[in-house]
Design a protein around this ligand. Structure first.
Ligand code: NAD
Length: 365
């Protein structure tokens, strides 16, 4: 029995966001019952939904609620309905603004492919089985935030900038995680072309050498990294990279596991930790009870890890893994026309697995 109370700010957002957040909430409610944990939920408008209701993708009430909470869980934002909007009025601006306002500069995106689940991968199982990569992506700097940003009729400008301090702090996060894992960091850049990347490489090398002598740091160009992730993903332990390259490479890495719908993430280092499935709002399947809720559910597990409640996090992770191992998969993990499990049924299976696993352990004890 864990005696504690936590407030979770839920941001369902758009498309499949509300469906996967509902699944994640069902898992949290179950955890609350099983462990006697008082979880309080607040739900707030975000993204396109907030634009429709409040005229802005990040209403002040939503931001304040996130700042007050012990953790925030987002579903996904965006979709064709808001594609005609530009700049700060877009749903994506709400997400970038929330990350920036919370100061969550470190985005952790784990991609693990255990032998038992390698058959779900898009790649041959013998190539990916045993892959265990943690992508550490810088989240509130780089080209997504650099100024000037201009969209004129005949030209456009985006600006990539990183300060030494920004690179130092994200390097420390990557090296700290490497020390808990297999001691290797692969820092990804484009130092053969970009000045920012040359500063990135120099700074990451220095911090690793001065502060983490036990960690082996290697450097790789982003184009090669994309190829290596497909050819030989097991060579990676911790990947350290900037905002843009991390965004792209972590989506690519999702194919190793089998689907974007399997990958959770945690955004840390700020006022409140923010947890987000890696995927977007998947407008093509929204509202059909077809979304894979695993990424959102495993994001909840990351929340409990962050709150130093590993017992709960492990129960969630093992239960999801067991349900998948029993052959229960959502539509994204089967070929067209083959049978699949709907979002709500998959969630129920996870909840039942958690309850029976918890009871088995309790009886054994
Ligand atoms: P997407 O991640 O929404 O979808 C890519 C593909 O993966 C689609 O075929 C989709 O059906 C599938 N997919 C994604 N998540 C899934 C899940 N949980 N279960 C089953 N299938 C899943 O990316 P996109 O199509 O490039 O973008 C759609 C919208 O989402 C855009 O408006 C984009 O801006 C937004 N987006 C939001 C986020 C975010 O909220 N963090 C991230 C990426 C994209």
């Amino acid at each position: 029995m864990i005696s504690s109370s936590k407030t979770v700010c839920l941001l369902p957002g758009d498309g499949i966001g509300p469906e996967v957040v509902a699944a994640a909430k069902a898992v949290m409610v179950t955890v609350g019952d099983l462990f006697g944990l008082a979880l309080r939920f607040e739900e707030h408008a975000f993204g396109g939904d907030a634009i429709d209701r409040f005229g802005t993708p990040l209403p002040p009430e939503t931001l304040e609620a996130c700042k007050r909470a012990d953790g925030a869980l987002m579903g996904a934002i965006g979709g064709p309905k808001w594609d005609h909007l530009s700049g700060d009025s877009r749903p994506e601006a709400g997400l970038l603004g929330l990350r920036k306002e919370l100061g969550v500069f470190a985005n952790l995106r784990p991609v693990a492919v255990p032998e038992s689940l390698a058959h779900l991968s898009v790649l041959p199982p013998d190539k990916v089985a045993g892959t265990d990569v943690l992508v550490v992506r810088e989240l509130i700097g780089g080209i997504y935030f650099g100024k000037p940003r201009v969209l004129a009729a005949d030209y456009a400008i985006d600006t990539m900038t990183y300060t030494v301090q920004e690179i130092e702090r994200i390097t420390r996060v990557a090296c700290t995680w490497a020390m808990r894992r297999n001691g290797k960091v692969t820092s990804i850049d484009k130092a053969n072309v970009l000045a920012v990347s040359r500063l990135w490489r120099e700074t990451a090398s220095r911090i690793a050498k001065d502060e983490f002598p036990q960690v082996v740091v290697e450097h790789m160009y982003v184009d090669n990294a994309a190829m290596q992730l497909v050819l030989n993903p097991r060579q990676f332990d911790v990947i350290l990279t900037g905002n843009l390259f991390g965004d792209i490479l972590s989506d690519l890495a999702s194919t190793l596991a089998g689907s974007l719908g399997l990958l959770p993430s945690a955004c840390l280092g700020g006022i409140t930790p923010l947890f987000e499935p890696v995927h977007g709002s998947a407008p093509d399947i929204a509202g059909q009870n077809k979304a894979n809720p695993v990424a959102a559910i495993l994001s909840v597990a990351m929340m409990f890890h962050e709150w130093a409640m590993p017992e709960i996090a492990n129960l969630i992770e093992e239960s999801v893994s067991n349900v998948l191992l029993q052959g229960n998969v959502t539509a994204d993990l089967v070929l067209e026309g083959q049978p699949f499990i709907r979002t709500s049924d998959f969630t129920l299976l996870v909840v039942n697995e958690m309850t029976s696993k918890y009871n088995r352990v309790a009886i054994d004890v």
